[in-house]
Design a protein around this ligand. Structure first.
Ligand SMILES: Cc1cc2nc3c(=O)[nH]c(=O)nc-3n(C[C@H](O)[C@H](O)[C@H](O)COP(=O)(O)OP(=O)(O)OC[C@H]3O[C@@H](n4cnc5c(N)ncnc54)[C@H](O)[C@@H]3O)c2cc1C
Length: 1023
């Protein structure tokens, strides 16, 4: 073995360490590694000194999705993708009552891969970052403790550090490393911040934390397995984080004020921790049976910030610059982002030969503005009156901004709308906008005025809330610029208010018009139940077309189409538009006309009556009644709640959701309860026309503003070419199975009843011929606008959120009047189907339950109308109350309702065209649909992908196949229906040649006692 000469070794070390570096980084956490790697990648000489010889345990395990951007630059994504770190898709909050909010899925604002992040073991994660830094040429030295930052005058010129391996034999020696820039990334040690007296503890966030790891603790299934849970204790004096980690570990920690968790608290860390667990009901079951995997650790007073970002020759990043409460897991994101921003500033400064504080700290305003957005939400979280779920219900248009902050997308976004809303929810002052400043400009007050409907501003901020020193604000914002910004914000808010006023006026005019039309329709009311429920089967072609079209063209079809186009491109027209344009007219032709003919002959008012008589079964009728209503009522509720949310969005919260829904309910109540089916028909004709005209106008205006269709599409082709590729992102199996979805139209009770309203079979000709054109007139603009929205909003996306694209893009490019008209058109689309659905449920309750089971002989015509009206009132009331507690995550139930109705369609086809089908066969099909549907909904509910196992096959294909199989097999195995029944539906009278009176269901009931107790209204009355 060769002996080492200590003197020689030290000389060699000195020679090495005397080298100058461009940059020395103190600390090898995420901030230091990021800054060092990116500067080295730009070709500079960088040394990174980390105190610990090996990466060890650290807190800070849950990442935010926006770290993805920095990881991509660092080249870290392949390592992370190959790691065992659990994927994190969402965060979920539990209130003190133990109630969970709907998970906030990050994909709601962006469906891309950057919306999924990781829950990490920090020793592994930090090691990956350091290895990566080495690979990028950083001189990483672990076990190297910086003792001092060296200054010449005001300028930092290097560090003095205890370095390992000095003097040979693994000894440690003090050395000076000189550098043009010193980066302090020493975390909470904040070497420079402490030395220069820059640290300021945030007085509002004087918290302490106690935590440990557990093995075998409960995890949620599916994509929620890696979700971060934030759980309040019952008295709301502390909260727990619950972070699933690799190797069956879960990190659990409690955070509370120093007074609550530390002072005046007897017992050790373990005792305090378990006492808090006992106050947190949702946590107990999760930890029952879990094993503690390490000792308890604790820290306190961790929220602070530095008064300065950089000085001559030095810059602060990560925790050394500032740290926010861990509530939103923002630490690593802020560390990586500040490391990245600082690296860019350093590279620019080195290139310019100017390493002054002004240059090195150039990233400060952008970074601190983002951090302040986060800070504002942290303060909000600690407000005892604040609940996420409540806030979202009240300000649904703020959901996206909230998610944006929760995913860490804070640096380049204007959150003024969110902060305005937060200002109304008893949230303390934001440090950057002291109360005096608000008053001086008066801007916020004015902006708040329309929203005060719900809560007076006076109650918004208790005066005794502590605030951060204004000094910070002045330093950061700078006098004239701040005043300018405030004035600009005030102008923007005033413009927004002006638009909101115009929108409200147009909506009000629209509602008055609707009520007037409803009232006029009543002049033609005959007073009979048949008139109330099916307008005496008097509809001509034009009214039938407008109503059939309007009832299918819901607001969510229109908004959903544009949202889908925004996400997936023009191929959406093939997926949604063309299939409905072809399938729906075919259904009207083959099924609608036949239903109309039999319905008129037999005097039916509801689909249940038809099935009951066709299969001579009361039981089957009841089963269908239950299943049809079970599918229709959620659909109706979604329409109403969605209507309230859409109105709140388009009026920027001026009409809160509860008020918007209430207005819709009140107006529908007025014209449906008063005018019955005729009221709905007249109003809907007007609404469908509005929709058709305004869709085209809005599209024309926006395209015109964007420089014409060719220019606009060229811009899309340049920035998002994938959106213009037909079929890109739409899988063939998805396209194929999507054509089954419009089959649902055949089993919608409200469409079935509308078929019955036609004057003659010939009235169907126009709807059949023109329906595809109407689809094109509404859907082409929706899809074009959805695609064009990418030019203005390149990063907003998918699901509920992408559905707001249409409104946003029209708002951006159109005069206030058009925005108001669009809002009216959206109301039209909402009410078009909602009123018919309410009437359909009322018809089924009145006809299929009240009259069928007992009151047939006791209720005269007038009484039947009164019962129908009472049901309309009752259904609207219940729907409204339910809409108040509606959880937006239930929106996806709408898609499933379509699936259910489509899968019931074979029953109608069999009833009309297959004489051999039996009541048992149809019952088996309905039950099989109910069972498969329920199973699929429950098992797929938490999956963001609606297709079966990610194959592209829509669930409707499976449920439909099960339905057909059950129908055919059971029908063939059971006794065929009697000849008399078949004669009614397929015999000589079935072609409609028989006089209506001859086939009246009263006689049918007499001929076939099994048909049940109720013969529907005599056909003579129907004529
Ligand atoms: C209770 C609690 C919970 C948290 N939970 C989360 C979370 O869930 N998600 C999240 O993103 N963040 C969380 N954080 C924050 C997170 O831990 C930090 O924000 C993050 O680690 C900061 O990274 P950094 O690189 O700035 O500092 P650090 O990761 O602390 O790295 C600093 C490095 O500098 C080294 N060092 C210190 N002094 C010297 C010296 N003199 N010489 C050489 N080296 C030195 C240290 O050894 C350390 O490795 C939490 C924080 C707390 C207090």
């Amino acid at each position: 073995m060769q002996s080492v000469d200590p003197e020689k070794a030290e000389k060699a070390d000195n020679a090495r360490d005397a080298e100058d570096f461009d940059v020395v980084v103190i600390g090898g956490g995420p901030a230091g590694s990021t800054a060092a790697t990116l500067v080295a990648a730009a070709g500079h000489r960088v040394a990174l000194l980390e105190r610990l010889p090996q990466t060890g345990f650290k807190i800070g395990e849950s990442l935010m999705p926006e770290t993805h951007r920095t990881f991509a630059r660092l080249g870290m994504l392949p390592r992370l993708a190959a790691s065992a770190f659990p994927r994190k898709y969402s965060v979920q909050f539990y209130s003190k009552s133990g109630r969970a909010s709907a998970p906030f899925y990050f994909q709601e604002t962006d469906p891309g891969e950057g919306s999924v992040t990781w829950q990490v073991l920090r020793q592994d994660f930090d090691r990956m970052l350091l290895d990566n830094a080495r690979e990028h040429g950083v001189d990483v030295r672990q076990g190297a403790t910086v003792r001092e930052v060296l200054f010449e005058g005001e300028r930092a010129v290097g560090v003095s550090a205890d370095l390992p391996g000095i003097g040979g034999m693994g000894g440690i020696g003090r050395r000076e490393l000189r550098a043009r820039v010193v980066v302090d990334a020493s975390g909470q040690s904040a070497i420079l911040g402490r030395r220069l007296g820059l640290r300021e503890i945030d007085p509002r966030l004087k918290k302490a934390a106690i935590w440990s790891h557990f093995e075998g603790a409960l995890r949620d299934p599916g994509i929620d397995e890696g979700a971060t849970l934030v759980i309040h204790t019952a008295e709301q004096r502390s909260w727990f984080w619950y972070i699933p980690l690799p190797h069956d570990r879960v990190s659990v920690g409690v955070v509370g004020s120093v007074e609550h968790l530390v002072r005046g608290r007897a017992g050790d860390l373990a005792q305090v921790f378990w006492e808090e667990v006992a106050k947190c009901p949702p946590l107990g079951p999760r930890l029952a049976g879990a094993r503690q995997a390490m000792d308890f650790l604790a820290t306190r007073d961790f929220s602070y910030r530095s008064r300065q970002v950089a000085g001559d020759g030095w810059v602060l990043v990560g925790d050394a610059l500032g740290f926010l409460d861990p509530i939103y897991s923002s630490g690593v994101l802020l560390a990586c982002s500040s490391g990245e921003f600082a690296a860019d500033a350093i590279v620019a400064a080195l290139a310019a030969g100017d390493c002054s504080g002004a240059r090195l700290g150039a990233f400060g305003p952008r970074f601190l503005a983002g951090m302040d957005a986060m800070r504002r939400l942290v303060y909000t979280f600690y407000d005892p009156d604040f609940r996420f779920s409540k806030f979202i219900r009240r300000f649904p248009d703020c959901r996206l901004d909230l998610i944006r902050i929760l995913r860490g997308d804070v640096f380049d976004h204007d959150f003024s709308r969110l902060f305005e809303a937060l200002a109304l929810t008893a949230v303390p002052d934001e440090p950057g906008e002291p109360r005096d400043l608000r008053r001086a400009g008066g801007a916020l007050r004015a902006a708040q005025r329309p929203l005060v409907v719900e809560r007076p501003t006076a109650a918004a901020r208790p005066a005794d809330r502590p605030r951060l020193p204004h000094r910070l604000l002045r330093r950061r914002r700078g006098g004239a610029r701040a005043a300018g910004a405030v004035r600009l914000a005030a102008l923007e808010r005033a413009a927004r208010q002006g638009r909101a006023r115009m929108t409200l006026t147009v909506i009000a005019v629209y509602f008055v018009a609707v009520l007037a039309i409803g009232a006029l329709s009543h002049l033609r009311f005959h007073g009979t139940s048949e008139d109330f429920f099916v307008a005496t089967r008097s509809l001509g072609p034009a009214l039938l077309l407008l109503n059939l079209f309007g009832a299918n063209m819901t607001a969510f079809a229109v908004l959903g189409a544009s949202g889908e186009a925004y996400t997936s491109g023009i191929g959406v027209f093939a997926l949604m538009g063309s299939s409905s344009a072809l399938v729906i007219p075919l259904i009207y032709w083959f099924v609608g006309t036949r239903v109309w003919e039999i319905g008129k002959r037999r005097g039916y008012l509801s689909p249940v009556q038809f099935f009951r008589e066709r299969y001579q079964s009361d039981g089957l009728g009841l089963l269908l009644f239950v299943v049809l209503n079970a599918l229709l009522v959620p659909y109706l509720l979604i329409g109403l709640a969605g209507g309230g949310i859409a109105l709140a969005q388009i009026t920027h919260g001026t009409l809160p959701k509860w008020l918007g829904s209430l207005i819709i309910v009140a107006v529908v109540l007025a014209y449906v309860a008063y005018g019955g089916m005729r009221g709905a028909i007249w109003v809907n004709a007007f609404q469908a026309l509005l929709l058709l005209i305004l869709g085209a106008v809005a599209c024309w205006v926006v395209v015109h503003q964007l420089g014409g269709i060719e220019t606009a599409m060229r811009r899309v082709a340049a920035s998002h070419p994938e959106l213009l590729v037909r079929g890109h992102k739409i899988r063939p199996l998805q396209l194929l199975t999507y054509t089954f979805i419009p089959l649902s139209v055949g089993m919608f009770p409200h469409i079935f009843i509308q078929w019955l309203t036609a004057r003659s079979a010939r009235a169907f000709r126009l709807p059949i011929a023109v329906y595809p054109l109407c689809i094109a007139i509404v859907w082409v603009p929706s899809i074009v606008l959805g695609v064009l929205a990418r030019l203005d909003f390149p990063r907003l996306a998918a699901g509920v959120t992408a559905n707001s694209m249409l409104v946003r893009v029209v708002e951006k490019h159109s005069p206030a009047l058009l925005v108001g008209l669009l809002a009216a058109a959206l109301c039209a689309a909402i009410m078009n189907s909602f009123d018919h659905q309410v009437l359909a449920v009322s018809t089924m309750f009145t006809q299929d339950i009240v009259i069928h089971y007992g009151f047939r002989d006791r209720l005269g015509e007038r009484a039947r109308v009164i019962v129908g009206r009472l049901f309309v009132i009752g259904i609207l009331l219940v729907a409204y109350l339910l809409s108040l507690v509606f959880d937006p995550s239930l929106f996806k139930l709408g898609v499933w309702c379509f699936t259910g109705f489509a899968a019931l369609f074979p029953a109608l086809i069999a009833a009309l065209f297959w004489p051999r089908s039996t009541r048992q066969g149809v019952a088996a099909a309905v039950l099989a649909v109910a069972a498969t549907w329920t199973w699929l909904v429950l098992s797929q509910w938490r999956s963001p992908d609606y297709t079966l196992g990610g194959t592209g096959i829509l669930p409707v294909a499976l449920v439909l196949a099960v339905s057909i199989a059950a129908l055919v097999v059971v029908s063939l195995l059971t006794r065929p229906p009697g000849a008399e029944t078949l004669a009614i539906f397929f015999g000589p009278f079935a072609d409609g040649a028989a006089p209506a009176a001859a086939g009246g269901p009263a006689e049918a009931g007499a001929r076939e006692p099994a048909a049940g107790r109720e013969p529907p209204a005599p056909a003579a009355a129907a004529g």
